[in-house]
Design a protein around this ligand. Structure first.
Ligand SMILES: Nc1nc2c(ncn2[C@@H]2O[C@H](COP(=O)(O)OP(=O)(O)OP(=O)(O)O)[C@@H](O)[C@H]2O)c(=O)[nH]1
Length: 879
């Protein structure tokens, strides 16, 4: 048999180590401390010296006050814990607890020694009674136990009867513990106090509940009862509970019953986990959603983005890319090739999503226009007509006639609201006329990208024929590829010669049908209304040929014809709906403005709820006045419309700032006042250094009302691009003295709006700058020959004088022109044009290739063959 150490013997005897050591020494054994070991025979001898060979029952504690002895289960458990944990304590080195145990043992022993002298070695009657009660209760509990639990209990008791060391018997840790508890429990029953043996406490007491609920449940084969760990954290330091190696200082191993309970619970819990009959819930299998038909991607997406689109895990995408030779992680942006590889790997198409700039309403307009042209919902729409022609040929008269006869005649009360366009009805078919005659309006609209006109009506006066502006109108219409209907007007006039006009027009490739051409000619009188209906019919015919269609189902797009600010109604825009249908309340962006269609009025002044294609309407509800030719696009919501409008307005403002007008000598005075300038910037270039310096000194001396000249740069040589760039950036102008700008500098200056002034006399430059700063710079004018004429005929008319019948060889002559009369190469006379006529009508201007009749103020000696130079004064900038 192995040797036994003193402390083991002491433990068995329930005596303090020191006492045993002393006794061993008394017996002559070689014992130094509690760690000293003894032979088996020595142990028996030593044990024999103690009167009580069985473990000593400690005397019950006497209550100081009443002398009443209380035995608590807690105390019992504390003691058994002391016993049970002593080994653990050794290992764990919890000296503090050990010290406390030792001191407690010392006290107990001292008490025992005293008590052994005074009282018999048995528990006090009161304590015995209590124990009895306790045991009785336990028996009751035991009898109520389930059969398997009782069996377990029985087994346990059997174990108790055949005590074994914990090392030898290890059927299960729990059982060992229970056995240990049972052994020590009987020895240390007389422990400290407990007030009330609660069932919970009894449960963990070795005598009361050797079998835990867990075990009971296990034996039953049923599921473990729900753990009653409700008190967890109640009065405990829950942080450190049950964490081996992290025992907090507040954990009292020696006497903390709660800790023991907790340990039990933990063990039970672990066992429960180990033997839980309920199978663990399997992780739910993730159902894979089907792949999309196509991968609509944007360059720069990462594996996570693609995972979302493809309904796949990002890791799977990364893996796929890895297999394809693309090393990436989930967050790394992927290029087009990598994304398309992934799509191909999944066997689906890849479509790149092109980012659409919603603020680019011009592109949106074009896109919607194209879409509507492809639409299946297209229906016939009214034609949009512009009337063009030479001055005084009757455009306004025709428009007035149409408006009054064909609009007001059908509407009671006539036109109440004049808007920039109106609809005329013939046989109940509407025609939209733009109410702005002349090619200027047409070309202005075109210049801004607005092509709203379907048909041009070219008005030519039958008594005048083709005139310069007629030709211009033809050119404009042709370049816009808009078909022309010729209306030969003034058929009622005495000198009307439609055949002549037709002949003239044929030169411009406008060939009437009866001459084998395709152009429609209608002879009308805007004044009398003759054939005006026929003209309208011809417009409808032309429209039919053109198959003008639109899709009224889509969102409206249109163009502003005119806009103004109304005092009562705010910004008002006259617009033409070109495709789709515009509804009241639609959120819109118009050019750089935005809003919601508040009130919509048609060309007859009636409020309407919707406007269909080719319908001119007036709308209110915009945040500001738009410009003519601005595009209109409808948005889904007002918020987007607002943000787009604001974005566009901001961009326009930025653009305007970039194109800010630079200071020039001409605007210097105004700019100084407006911008509160303190100095005038000048870039100075001269032929020689001396001139540059002289000019610089003179200019820097100029001071007008506290404003001085600041020479930003002075140098020698031609004005070059960098001078222009510098001047543009510094809002300065350039003075060149005896130098010229280079060709590129000149064009750049024009583009940037930089003023270049060239001088060859110093004082002239200084005077000009001074005068400009004082706002007294006079513009320079120069006589310029604008046309050359040859006198072909002369008439002498009384009271009028001599009328020269002249032909304009080149350029033009106007009513404001001055003429030089040249005879045999000599300027004989210079005077103002007194009157200018074409046939019988006064005209403002006669251009190259036309005859005219003119008189010269104060000069009648005009002869056939005389040459006339038409001269006009034009403002010139020094070169
Ligand atoms: N006899 C006659 N005179 C006409 C006819 N149509 C217009 N006129 C006259 O021609 C002149 C000019 O007519 P407008 O309608 O002002 O001509 P316009 O082309 O609009 O002229 P601008 O506005 O200057 O471009 C006016 O005196 C009209 O009365 C017509 O059919 N017969």
């Amino acid at each position: 048999m192995a040797k036994k150490r003193i402390y083991e013997i002491a433990k068995e005897l329930g005596i303090e180590n020191k006492v045993v050591v002393n006794k061993a020494n008394e017996l002559g054994f070689d014992v130094k401390n509690h760690m000293s070991s003894l032979e088996d025979s020595q142990v028996s001898q030593l044990k024999g010296t103690f009167n009580n060979p069985t473990p000593v029952k400690k005397p019950a504690k006497t209550d100081k006050k009443g002398g009443k002895i209380k035995i608590s289960v807690t105390s019992i458990r504390k003691n058994e814990k002391n016993q049970d944990d002593s080994k653990k304590e050794r290992d764990n080195g919890h000296n503090r607890n050990r010290r406390s145990n030792r001191s407690r043992s010392r006290q107990d022993q001292a008490r025992q020694e005293t008590t052994s002298k005074q009282v018999p070695k048995s528990p006090k009657p009161a304590a015995q009674d209590l124990l009895k009660q306790l045991k009785q209760k336990q028996r009751v509990d035991q009898s109520t136990m389930t059969q398997p639990a009782a069996e377990t209990r029985k087994l346990d008791n059997e174990d108790k009867q055949t005590p074994k060391s914990s090392e030898q018997t290890k059927p299960s840790q729990h059982t060992v513990k229970q056995v240990a508890k049972t052994e020590t429990g009987s020895a240390t029953v007389s422990g400290p106090k407990i007030i009330k043996p609660s069932p919970a406490r009894m449960k963990s007491s070795p005598e009361v509940a050797p079998v835990s609920k867990v075990e009971m449940a296990k034996t039953n084969g049923g599921p473990e009862p729900v753990k009653e760990d409700k008190r967890r954290g109640n009065g405990h330091n829950t942080r450190n509970f049950g964490k081996p190696g992290r025992k907090g200082s507040n954990q009292n191993f020696g006497g903390n019953n709660n800790y023991a309970k907790h340990q039990d619970k933990r063990k039970n819990k672990n066992k429960k986990r180990q033997f839980d009959p309920i199978p663990k819930k399997q992780p739910t299998q993730r159902k894979e959603r089907p792949l999309p038909d196509a991968l609509v991607y944007e360059v720069g997406m990462n594996a996570q983005d693609l995972g979302k689109l493809l309904h796949r895990e990002p890791a799977e995408i990364v893996k796929k890319l890895f297999m394809l030779g693309v090393m990436t992680n989930q967050n790394q942006s992927l290029d087009k090739d990598a994304i398309e590889l992934v799509a191909a790997e999944y066997g689906i198409d890849a479509q790149e999503k092109v980012h659409e700039d919603i603020s680019d309403i011009d592109s949106m307009y074009d896109k919607l226009m194209d879409e509507s042209k492809q639409s299946k919902h297209q229906v016939k729409r009214p034609p949009v007509v512009t009337i063009m022609g030479h001055v005084d040929h009757g455009k306004t008269t025709l428009l007035d006639r149409l408006r009054h006869t064909h609009v007001s005649a059908h509407e009671a009360g006539g036109i109440t609201q004049k808007i920039g366009a109106y609809q005329v009805r013939i046989d109940d078919k509407p025609i939209t006329f733009l109410d702005t005659p002349g090619h200027a309006a047409f070309s202005n609209m075109r210049e801004r990208g607005a092509e709203v006109t379907d048909i041009v009506i070219l008005v030519v006066a039958a008594d005048d024929g083709v005139m310069p502006q007629t030709i211009e109108a033809i050119d404009h219409a042709k370049s816009a590829k808009v078909p022309i209907i010729v209306a030969i007007n003034k058929m009622d006039a005495p000198g009307a010669n439609p055949a002549h006009v037709t002949e003239q027009l044929m030169k411009y490739n406008l060939i009437p049908e009866n001459y084998g051409g395709e152009t429609i000619f209608v002879n009308i009188s805007a004044k009398t209304g003759e054939n005006v209906d026929e003209l309208l019919q011809m417009i409808l015919l032309q429209a039919d040929v053109m198959e003008l269609k639109a899709d009224p189902t889509q969102k409206a797009i249109g163009t502003v014809i005119e806009a103004h600010l109304s005092r009562g109604r705010g910004p008002v825009a006259d617009l033409l709906v070109q495709q789709g249908t515009l509804h009241t309340g639609d959120p819109i962006v118009v050019g750089n403005r935005f809003g919601r269609v508040r009130v919509m009025t048609n060309d007859r002044g009636r409020q309407v709820e919707k406007a269909t294609p080719s319908m001119p309407v007036e709308i209110t509800g915009l945040n500001d006045v738009p410009e003519s030719a601005d595009k209109i696009v409808v948005f889904d919501d007002e918020k987007t419309a607002r943000s787009v409008g604001e974005q566009r307005a901001q961009a326009a403002l930025q653009h305007a700032r970039e194109n800010v007008q630079h200071v020039t000598l001409d605007n210097l005075f105004d700019t100084m006042k407006k911008e509160n300038m303190k100095e005038v910037g000048v870039v100075l270039k001269a032929d020689v250094q001396g001139s540059a310096e002289a000019l610089q000194q003179s200019l820097e001396k100029i001071e007008v009302e506290g404003v001085r000249v600041n020479i930003i740069h002075a140098g020698v040589g031609a004005v070059n691009e960098s001078d222009v760039t510098l001047a543009a950036a510094s809002n300065a102008f350039i003075i060149g003295f005896n130098v010229r700008p280079t060709a590129t500098a000149r064009s750049q200056a024009e583009a940037d709006g930089v003023d270049i002034r060239l001088y060859s006399i110093i004082y002239k430059a200084i005077d000009d700058v001074k005068a400009a700063m004082q706002g007294m710079l006079e513009p320079t004018y120069e006589d310029k020959v604008v046309g050359n004429l040859t006198v072909r005929e002369t008439w002498k008319v009384s009271k009028v004088g001599t009328i020269a019948g002249a032909f304009v060889d080149n350029g033009y002559v106007s009513r404001d022109s001055e003429v030089n009369l040249i005879r045999d190469g000599v300027v004989v006379y210079t005077g103002q044009v007194a009157s200018l006529k074409r046939f019988k009508d006064d005209v403002k201007i006669v251009k190259q290739g036309f005859d005219c009749g003119l008189t010269i103020e104060g000069y009648n000696d005009i002869k056939v063959g005389d040459e006339l130079e038409a001269v006009e004064q034009q403002e010139v900038k020094p070169k």
